[in-house]
Design a binder for this molecule. Structure first.
Ligand code: ADP
Length: 480
């Protein structure tokens, strides 16, 4: 821990803050969505501003397959493997019975039934590592329900380590049957309305909210939203009881991964001064997904998404025919719920040549889509932060977004601010509102010189971790 000097305010904390960053997905080791991007890049940004950060995650099959040289060690009953890259040490929790599986959380037909065991074990191992190893964290930054029990295990152990519980998506709550309680090593006295009981079940997310030192989420807009019944997914009341301990810090972009100037996955590198090269990326994309050459003359709209109800994919499917009539083509990359997987495949087979659908997880194709498309659409019903709209800005791919959460915070509609706007925004999650936004984008696209001017401007916007990492650091320090 650093040295305190009595000067007042947050900035009197001198020296390194030790952070244990706990997450169940971290790029480049394991990823299903934005949490992995954040867990891969925020620790690096923090280590550049006087934090010593260790990242702890499960030792999944995908990590094992990477074949790094790892050093094993144990703390009590728990086995770990460590690996250092740059300034960051990665601590992998080893338990093949729990983590040596094809997916992180679920199979196509549903969640793994023993997730309560898999992630309570993960949380217990984090608490043991934090209290029993050489590393003495000042703050443990827990992320999402899978790490929600960490503050409670610390409390049970009588260890006063500060915890920040970061909510990346309140729709996922780690809700399990009451019987699970007996298998996760938590005394019965915590099974109360003020504890981790939630309508007759056990909620790992609620444990994180109730027992952590502070709570954060990934944009200011989403912070406000989750305190309301409409977006709180039943947790708004509990969050309001912790009102003054809840913070919103916008996610940043890792521009070492997402920058068309350095991107190794795309056909030609470009930036705002060489934007004409973006056309080569479109050609390459269209060719690689076998769309007809005519697509090059049409505005091409990209979608990269987990296919879940949250993402409003059904609106795109409903509006697909009209979007094609407006003159655009669509490329979809996503995977998730069976229902949306088949909706997306179905719409592509109904409109061959105009809609190309890829039901898979493919990072290289995601980069090609960001670079090769003209527009990117996110009709989310709710969106805690959203990263692809920020990647799209950097790639000169105009974002069309629904005004919610982080999308609303980061995108300014061009019609309300012609010189400062950076995308097209619509209010309601309806087909008509979305179509109106798409048609406004297509109209803009027709004026080539104006279009180029807008793209050059939005590509220069900076959504790096610079500001947000500093806000995290200040928040950690305020807990000490
Ligand atoms: P969420 O975390 O809700 O899934 P975000 O927009 O915050 O949404 O982050 C999604 C991240 O996952 C982005 O980096 C996006 O490119 C990536 N992604 C989502 N689906 C796929 C896919 N099918 N293939 C490759 N990358 C994907």
């Amino acid at each position: 821990m650093g040295v305190f000097q009595p000067r007042g305010g947050f900035d009197w904390f001198i020296g390194k803050v030790n952070i244990l960053f706990a997450s169940t997905e971290v790029t480049p080791f394991a990823k299903t969505g934005g949490l992995a991007d954040v867990s891969g890049s925020l620790p690096k940004a923090l280590s550049g501003i006087s934090c010593q950060v260790k990242v702890i995650m499960p030792f999944y099959k995908s990590v094992k397959a990477m074949g790094m040289r790892l050093t094993p060690f144990s703390v009590g009953e728990f086995n770990f493997l460590k690996y250092k890259e740059g300034d960051i040490e990665y601590i992998f929790v080893s338990n093949d019975g729990y983590y040596e599986r094809d997916n992180l959380y679920s199979e196509p037909h549903g969640d793994y039934p023993d997730n309560y065991l898999r992630f309570s074990y993960f949380s217990r191992s984090i608490a043991s590592y934090a209290t029993g190893s050489d590393f003495k964290p000042d703050v443990i930054n827990c992320n999402d329900w899978q790490t929600g029990l960490v503050p409670l295990y610390l409390k049970i152990k009588n260890k006063n380590i500060k915890t920040l519980f970061t909510i990346h998506n309140i729709g996922y709550q780690g809700l399990f049957k009451k019987d699970a309680f007996d298998e996760i090593g938590i005394p019965r006295k915590f099974y109360t309305v003020d504890g981790i009981e939630y309508y007759g079940k056990v909620s790992f997310l609620k444990a994180g909210i109730v027992y952590s030192s502070a709570i954060s989420t990934v944009s200011k807009g989403y912070k406000r939203e989750i305190m309301t019944p409409e977006f709180g997914c039943g947790m708004d009341g509990i969050l309001r009881t912790r009102g003054s301990d809840v913070y919103g810090i916008l996610n940043g972009v890792d521009y070492s991964e997402w920058d068309p100037e350095k991107d190794k996955h795309i056909a030609e590198s470009y930036n705002s001064d060489r934007i004409e090269k973006k056309a080569e990326c479109k050609k390459d994309l269209v060719k690689s997904v076998n769309m007809p050459a005519e697509t090059l003359k049409r505005p091409l709209i990209g979608v990269i998404s987990r296919l879940a109800e949250q993402k409003g994919i059904d609106l795109i499917v409903e509006a697909a025919e009209e979007i094609i009539k407006l003159g655009a083509s669509i490329i979809i990359l996503g995977t998730g719920d069976e229902k949306y997987n088949s909706l997306c495949s179905g719409i592509a087979s109904q409109h061959p040549g105009y809609i190309s659908s890829h039901i898979t997880f493919d990072n290289a194709l995601a980069h090609k889509i960001e670079a090769g498309c003209d527009m990117f659409i996110m009709p989310s019903r709710y969106e805690p932060c959203g990263l692809n709209q920020l990647y799209s800005l950097k790639y000169g791919t105009l974002p069309i977004v629904r005004a919610t959460g982080g999308l609303d915070d980061t995108i300014v509609d061009l019609s309300s601010d012609k010189d400062g706007g950076n995308g097209i925004k619509f209010r309601n999650a309806t087909k008509n509102d979305m179509l109106d936004a798409v048609s406004r984008a297509i109209e803009l696209y027709k004026d080539k010189s104006e279009w180029q001017k807008i793209l050059k401007r939005i590509m220069k916007q900076d959504f790096s971790w610079k500001t947000s990492a500093f806000q995290y650091k200040k928040l950690y320090e305020s807990l000490l």
